[in-house]
Design a protein around this ligand. Structure first.
Ligand SMILES: [Zn+2]
Ligand SMILES: [Zn+2]
Length: 155
């Protein structure tokens, strides 16, 4: 008896079936559907199989989809909370002049200056060993601007 493809319902040619992982299970599908669906997200595949009404174990498949969607949502919520926390510490200050990404603020930070810190070698603060700076950094390309809030530190 020929097997039928779970997606399109056509008979699968002898030796033409291809294995495709669709969520909790592996399905043997026809070559056409394999080409069409091989790169697709497993949750989407599982939803497609449910929509055909040909699922061998619709109950488990439905549970799989539900669990995956819940997991995805929880992950998104965690990411949103992390982002919110990050921005509460590092507010956005504007757009990056290089790439247009968002610049966020860091600092004030105390920068330790070593003798080898050529960048600041003209400043008398070098002797004191540190100075306060504020940074703005692009989250897309990493472009960073330095701000030295206290002019007195540079004199
Ligand atoms: Zn098919
Ligand atoms: Zn940028």
């Amino acid at each position: 008896m020929a097997r039928t493809c779970i997606f399109c319902g056509e008979d699968i040619p002898a030796f033409g079936g291809k294995k495709l992982t669709c969520g909790y299970d592996t399905e043997v599908v026809c070559p056409n559907c394999f080409d069409k669906y091989a790169d697709m997200d497993e949750v989407e595949l599982a939803q497609k199989i449910l929509a055909t009404g040909r699922a061998r174990d619709a109950q488990s498949l439905r549970e799989y989809v539900k669990n995956q969607l819940e997991r995805e949502q929880a992950a998104q919520e965690r990411a949103a909370r992390r982002e919110e926390e990050f921005l509460s510490k590092h507010p956005e200050t504007g757009k990056c002049p290089k790439c247009g990404g968002s610049m966020v603020q860091y600092g004030p930070l105390q920068i330790k200056l070593g003798e080898e810190t050529l960048m600041f070698s003209n400043f008398s603060r070098l002797a004191a060993g540190s100075m306060m700076v504020r940074l703005e950094r692009c989250r897309e390309c990493g472009y960073t601007e330095f701000f030295t809030p206290e002019e007195s530190e540079l004199l």
